[in-house]
Ligand binder design. Structure first.
Ligand SMILES: [Zn+2]
Length: 294
């Protein structure tokens, strides 16, 4: 399991942590910016390389027409500041980890926003898994108003596979109302966690030698916010709270569950700490305990 970031962005504090102000108000007036990664998770499975999301396409900053609508272009600058150059493209970042893009067999797309689908052209051979509910957003007349940019999703040759969820025999996962077992071995299980978008999904990764991991994409921008029930400034607040509650209940049942959001600056470090051999982890824990007494 590895994580890479396809460049960096900045988003408003109101976007990240939520606010009582109307969305258009903070979009147009906020001066609070928080720097965030655009994470892609890479899972090395014996049957092939699996990605969770594909990040941003550098063309979003180099091509002035990447966002087709003029209103969209204007709002994009108000909502995100993007720091991305050609070396941040998914293919280059995968190669830096020692993987050819052609090794990727499956991509789990958490949701269809432009900062999660930007690398799909680099992996044309891969099957692109997305929830059926999320895919239905493309049936609306103006999906771009929800930052679902059809021209960068419905690209020639892309092997999209909208999936349905099936009931799980595992009582631990039953509250999610359905699952999809990506590799049919329980190592990667998709769970519906709507709220950020109607069809957003999370992925539970269970593998020997690592604590269980839950990749939650944009359900929250920081784990602590989810634990405190503080919803972000976008999405459906009631759906977000319902999904938050299911994730917190799962963490109670799965001690040590590591929750990894896509735009949490602490996610990469939390993952690398979890991947340290147990002896190193215990030593680090002892030294932390000494340096930060309670
Ligand atoms: Zn995102």
């Amino acid at each position: 399991m590895r994580v890479l970031s396809t460049g960096a962005g900045e988003q408003h504090g109101e976007h990240r942590r939520g606010t009582r102000l109307p969305q258009l108000w903070w979009v147009l007036t906020s001066r609070s910016w928080v720097r965030v990664p655009i994470n892609v998770f890479v899972i090395e499975h014996r049957d092939g390389l699996v990605l969770f999301d594909t990040g941003l396409d550098p063309a979003i900053v180099s091509d002035p027409r990447y966002v087709d609508s003029a209103v969209g272009r204007l709002l994009l600058r108000r909502i995100f500041r993007l720091h991305i150059d050609p070396a941040d493209a998914l293919a280059s970042k995968l190669e830096a980890l020692g993987h050819a893009p052609s090794e990727v067999t499956k991509v789990v797309v958490s949701h269809l926003h432009f900062d999660h689908i930007g690398g799909i052209a680099a992996v044309p051979q891969a099957e692109l898994l997305v929830s059926r509910r999320e895919w239905q957003q493309l049936e609306s007349r103006h999906p771009e108003r929800e930052w679902v940019l059809r021209e960068h999703i419905e690209i020639p040759g892309a092997r999209w596979r909208p999936i349905e969820f099936a009931a799980s025999p595992d009582p631990l996962l039953a509250p999610f109302g359905g699952i999809h077992d990506v590799m049919r071995d329980g190592s990667m299980v998709l769970l519906p966690t709507p709220g950020h978008t109607p069809g957003s999904i999370s992925m539970l990764v269970r593998t020997a030698g690592l604590p269980p991991l839950l990749l939650v994409a944009d359900l929250t921008y920081e784990v602590d916010l989810l634990m405190r029930d503080q919803v972000p400034g976008t999405g459906d607040a009631a759906q977000l709270r319902a999904s938050f509650a299911k994730v917190r209940a799962l963490r109670e049942q799965l001690p040590g569950l590591l929750i990894l959001p896509s735009h949490d600056p602490g996610a990469a470090q939390a993952l690398s700490a979890a991947m340290e051999p147990p002896a190193v982890r215990a030593a680090a824990h002892r030294s932390r305990a000494v340096s930060t007494p309670r």
